[in-house]
Structures are given as C-alpha cells and as structure tokens.
Design a protein around this ligand. Structure first.
Ligand code: HEM
Length: 298
C-alpha cells in the first residue's frame, strides 16, 4: 500500500551528495529536470508539461497541508490548524498564476500536442490524475465514480478509496465544532463518509451562530473566513481551467464523447464547505452592528 509520503519517509539519506553540489543534492535538480518528456515537436510543449507538473506539485503540497491541518484539528489545536490552512490559501495563488504561461495556446497549438500524446500513450483525461482527486476528496467533495479512472493503478485506487472513506477537512472542522459544544448533529459525524455530502440546516445554523458572536472572540470566524478563501481559490482554479478549455478546445467533444465545456459546467457548482456559504444569506440578519439599519430610511 502506498500513500502520500510523510516528511520522514521522503527524507534524503546523508550520503546522497556524491557527484552533486549541496544544492543539487537537496533540490534533486537532475531528477527534476529529467522529468519533462515531450511527445511532439511543438516548441510550446515544454510550457504545457511544466504547467501541469507544477500544478501536480502544488496539489500534493495542498494535500499535505490539509492532512496536517486535520491532525491539528483532531488534537483540538485550532491556532496551528488555522495557521496551516492559511498556507493552503497562499498555495492557490501560484496555481492560479501559472495559467498565464499557457494562455498563448490556440486550438492549433493544443491539438498539435494532444494528437501526439494520444498517438504515444492513448486517450488521456486529467480525470486520471490522482493528486487532484485526493485534494478534492479532502476538501469534502466525495464522488466515488471518479475511482474508476484508477483501475490501471491499483495502489493509487486503494489510496483514493481510503481518502474517500475517511473524514474530509470539513468533517474534521465539524467534529471539532461538535467537541467544543456546538450543535453539530451526531448522525452527520457518524454517516458513511464515502457518500456525497448532503448539506444540513443544523450545520448552517452552527455557522450562523459562529458569525453572530463578537468578531475574534474564539477564532472560529477567522477559521470560517480561511475556509471560504480556500473554497474561492479552488473555484477560481476551476474557472481558469474552464476558460482555457473554451479558448483552446471550443465545443469539441472530449474524453466522454460529450462537449468538454458542457461536461465541466456543472462542476463549477461544486464548492467546498456548503453551509459556510448558504449561512451567509442569514448572517448579520438582523444586524448585530447597527440597530438603525432596521428603521425606515428617510
Ligand atoms: C488548456 C487546455 C485544456 C483543455 C481543453 C482541457 C479540457 C478538459 C476537459 C474537457 C475536461 C473534462 C473531462 C474530460 O473530458 O477529459 C477536463 C478536466 C480536467 N482537467 Fe483539463 N483541460 C485543459 C488543461 C488542463 C490543465 C493544464 C490541467 C492541469 C493543470 C487540467 C486539469 C484538469 C482537471 C484536474 C480536470 C478534472 C476537473 C474536475 O473534475 O472538475 N486541464 N479538462
């Protein structure tokens, strides 16, 4: 069984500097730069591969950060969990920014590369990428059907199946809120965690109560805002991806034979931490700040 390497497992042996500079040994630059294997003669393929590989690295980084935050939440250490989640917010910035490096692509450019990739490896889809799916499961968007893509990679399939059935970041946040006395339904915490999450009115009320408390009183509003930032970073990435797909692919049929854009559109509504968003319809209602707001304006 393989899993995300722990910091200890990925630690280098002290003797690994033979034939290296300290920098190249530590950063593994030779290995890193041997990983871009082009399939076409298109000069832009390097940019494409670098973009995707850098995204892969950031998704793995986000996975590790989320797992660390979950560990702190389970130990009831909210300040450290929050500090870790702030790093997830920060990591979304480079993930968004690197879309710029492939914005030059026209459909002709993309198809010149993709046609060679299909000829070399067979028809691929990014849905076969396990890091993105693990991140999505950890964010609480549990869709078991995506496991099917990993049948040719049994160890990754098992890793994802485990992540699917274990608590997401949101589950750990809700469990923490329950432990500190907020009215999170026990049935929700004890449900089948591999099934898609159904938003609950009780959890929405928990977030309303958190935001009704004085600002900064217990760190929970800050936690809510950081989770909202993470959800926004994730959704912005999906929007950049959708626009890149429109720009380079138009309405062509994609992996499933259906229009790629039409397949992607419903996924835009998959926003993590649903009650944190639905509660906002009621937060500040009635206003906790200015009693004059409820009086008719002259
Ligand atoms: C710019 C050209 C691109 C096009 C035309 C494109 C097209 C698509 C399409 C049509 C899908 C839906 C599934 C399928 O039919 O394969 C998809 C999914 C996806 N693509 Fe791309 N893609 C592009 C670039 C990228 C890049 C550069 C990345 C990674 C950095 C990426 C990552 C993903 C991921 C993670 C999904 C799954 C999304 C989800 O589950 O909501 N795509 N893409």
């Amino acid at each position: 069984m393989i899993d995300t390497p722990t910091p200890h497992e990925s630690r280098a042996p002290a003797s690994s500097t033979a034939g290296q500079t300290p920098y190249s040994a530590w950063m593994q630059t030779d290995a890193l730069h041997s990983l871009q294997r082009t399939v076409s003669d298109h000069p832009g393929e390097h940019a494409w591969i670098t973009h995707v590989q850098v995204s892969e690295l950031y998704w793995m980084l986000i996975i590790k950060e989320i797992q660390t935050a979950q560990m702190y939440l389970r130990a009831d250490n909210l300040p450290q969990a929050h500090r870790t989640l702030l790093r997830v917010v920060a990591h979304h910035e480079p993930l968004l920014a690197i879309w710029r490096s492939i914005d030059w692509m026209t459909p002709t450019d993309l198809l010149a590369i993709l046609s060679r990739a299909v000829a070399t490896y067979g028809q691929d889809t990014a849905l076969q990428g396990w890091t993105y799916r693990q991140m999505v499961y950890l964010l609480g968007i549990k869709q078991p059907q995506h496991l099917d893509h990993f049948k040719p990679q049994p160890e990754r399939w098992a890793q994802l199946a485990r992540t699917l059935s274990e608590p997401s970041l949101y589950d750990d946040v809700l469990a923490y809120l329950g432990r500190i006395g907020m009215a999170v339904p026990k049935s929700l915490l004890e449900r089948d965690l591999s099934a898609p999450y159904s938003p609950s009115k009780e959890v929405e009320q928990v977030w309303r109560d958190i935001y009704a408390a004085p600002v900064g009183s217990d760190g929970l509003q800050q936690l809510g805002e950081t989770l909202a930032d993470i959800a926004e970073g994730f959704s912005h990435w999906k929007h950049r991806h959708l626009m890149a797909t429109r720009r380079t692919f138009g309405a062509r049929p994609a992996y499933f034979g259906t229009e790629g854009v039409a397949w992607l559109m419903p996924t835009m509504a998959e926003i993590p931490f649903p009650e944190l968003w639905s509660a906002r319809t009621f937060i500040g209602d009635p206003s906790a700040v200015c009693p004059h707001m409820s009086q008719p304006r002259i």
